[in-house]
Design a binder for this molecule. Structure first.
Ligand code: GLU
Length: 461
């Protein structure tokens, strides 16, 4: 009897694997050259095999074929005038990926690397991340190949207004709610909110999140992604008899996610010895002085290399991947996609890293993830570990709907609860589907279930 059951399970797994492979191949064929998008799909699809094997309804309803296709992908021209009076043109994007469980929700990224593949990978991940938060938000993402680096405030405003002039036709508090991501912070959200209001009329506070505190922003939204990543890792470490207290931590990046991951890790007693920007990284064996980083990055918009002027005992190194050669107990990649490849992962492993928590979106390549999992490194995947940002965005939407605002402590407390429950749900799903401790499988399955079941409940959508 046991052997037959075992045999059936194997057969179901094989059939599920075949189904998943077939859908993946079709996705590859329809989206050639979209390498980041295909990478995100592969990671998610492979980890869904156990749930597809156990519940044939997902294959019967063609859920994978549907979920991988965006409900809508909008691309548009963004013309603007630079300080020399010259007309410039950029490309704008918004992917409205999945609205089964709520309005589309996800950030906007302004970076020269932005293209359809990047926006689709981010949007696809966002579906599962947003579902994991337990809040009623669908998946979306957008942005532009506009490069904010070196632009004047006037140029940023004119570009951002032009971007919103088109985007405002497609969004709304119950339709699609953008926020920030790389290159889009409170200033850009402010300009976009002003332009939206000017064109659409009315005061729809809930149309954007990450707003300034004076006009509907939520306390703790700025800190949320970085704090959330550390709260998530804190749970994971605790479960394995470890903690931030006394550990050496490397955090890549020096933007919003990185700065607040450093802040919380330091508050919990960790020594953070390195961080970076797109030019290079600093290593301060005494522990980074976060006030200097905040001054350089949040106030003066300077390069991280300037850190050593204030702290001559620290070292600056050109290039980004070298940061992963610094021995540490915990690594928090908080910069950008694919910043840890197999070689960097191997370096971290051979230096004895115990845990890796992804603050950025998809910072580890598929091979890097394999390297961590095979070497029993505790691994917190992005869509679970960095979900705190969008979770507090959803809290901002809730406050806007109620026309009231919660204190920092209230929001921070809710954030901690959300991160704990994301951790618990991911651990439980991994266990239930036969991959104990594998939070890539656990987070993907836990995020998938709610969206897939809702898609079935809502008919052919
Ligand atoms: N861009 C962030 C993310 O990757 C936040 C999105 C939001 O707040 O809507 O999840």
């Amino acid at each position: 009897m046991a052997t037959t059951l075992e045999g059936n399970k194997k057969l179901q797994t094989l059939t599920a694997q075949t189904y998943v492979n077939e859908v993946y191949q079709a996705v590859e064929k329809r989206n050639p050259h979209e390498s980041e998008f295909l990478q995100a799909v592969k990671e998610i699809f492979d980890s869904l095999v156990p749930i597809i094997a156990k519940h044939p309804k997902y294959a019967e309803h063609n859920i994978l074929e549907r979920i991988v296709e965006p409900e809508r992908l909008i691309t548009f021209r963004v013309p603007w005038v630079d300080d020399q009076g010259k007309v410039q043109v950029n490309r704008g994007f918004r992917v409205q990926y999945n609205s089964a469980i709520g309005p589309y929700k996800g950030g906007l990224r302004f970076h020269p690397s932005v293209n359809t593949s990047i926006i689709k990978f981010l949007g696809f991940e966002q579906i599962f991340k947003n579902s994991l938060t337990g809040q009623p938000i669908g998946g979306g993402k957008g942005g532009s190949d506009f490069d904010p680096k070196g632009k004047s405030d006037g140029e940023i405003m004119r570009f951002t207004q032009s971007f919103m002039t088109e985007l405002c036709k497609h969004i709304g508090p119950d339709v699609d709610v953008p926020a920030g991501d790389i290159g889009v912070g409170a200033r850009e959200i402010g300009y976009m909110f002003g332009q939206y209001k000017k064109i659409r009329g009315g005061y729809e506070a809930g149309v954007l999140t990450g707003k300034g505190l004076g006009y509907g922003g939520s306390l703790a939204r700025t800190e949320a992604t970085g704090y959330g990543t550390v709260y998530f890792m804190q749970e994971m470490l605790k479960d394995n008899g470890l903690s931030f207290e006394g550990s050496t931590v490397v955090v890549s990046g020096s933007g919003n996610v990185s700065i607040y991951a450093i802040e919380k890790a330091q508050q919990l007693g960790a020594k953070v010895v390195a961080c970076s920007d797109s030019s290079g990284y600093i290593y301060d064996k005494n522990g980074i002085n976060l006030n200097t980083i905040k001054q350089l990055k949040e106030v003066e918009s300077k390069r991280i290399s300037e850190y050593v002027n204030a702290h001559p005992e620290a070292h600056y190194y050109e290039g980004c991947s070298g940061i992963w050669s610094i021995p540490c107990d915990i690594a928090l990649p908080c910069a950008t996609q694919n910043e840890i490849d197999k070689t960097s992962a191997r370096m971290l492993v051979s230096n004895g890293v115990k845990a890796v928590g992804e603050g950025a979106n998809m910072p580890s390549t598929l091979k890097a993830i394999d390297e961590f999992l095979h070497n029993n490194v505790l691994f917190g995947p992005a869509k679970a570990a960095n979900a705190g940002g969008v979770a507090v965005s959803a809290l901002e939407m809730a406050q806007n709907s109620m026309r009231l605002s919660w204190t920092f402590e209230e929001v921070d407390h809710k954030l901690q609860d959300i991160m704990k429950s994301i951790y618990k749900n991911s651990v439980n799903a991994a266990e239930e589907y036969g991959y104990p401790g594998n939070l890539v499988v656990g987070a993907n399955i836990a995020g998938f279930t709610k969206v897939a079941d809702t898609m079935i409940a809502q008919g052919v959508i």
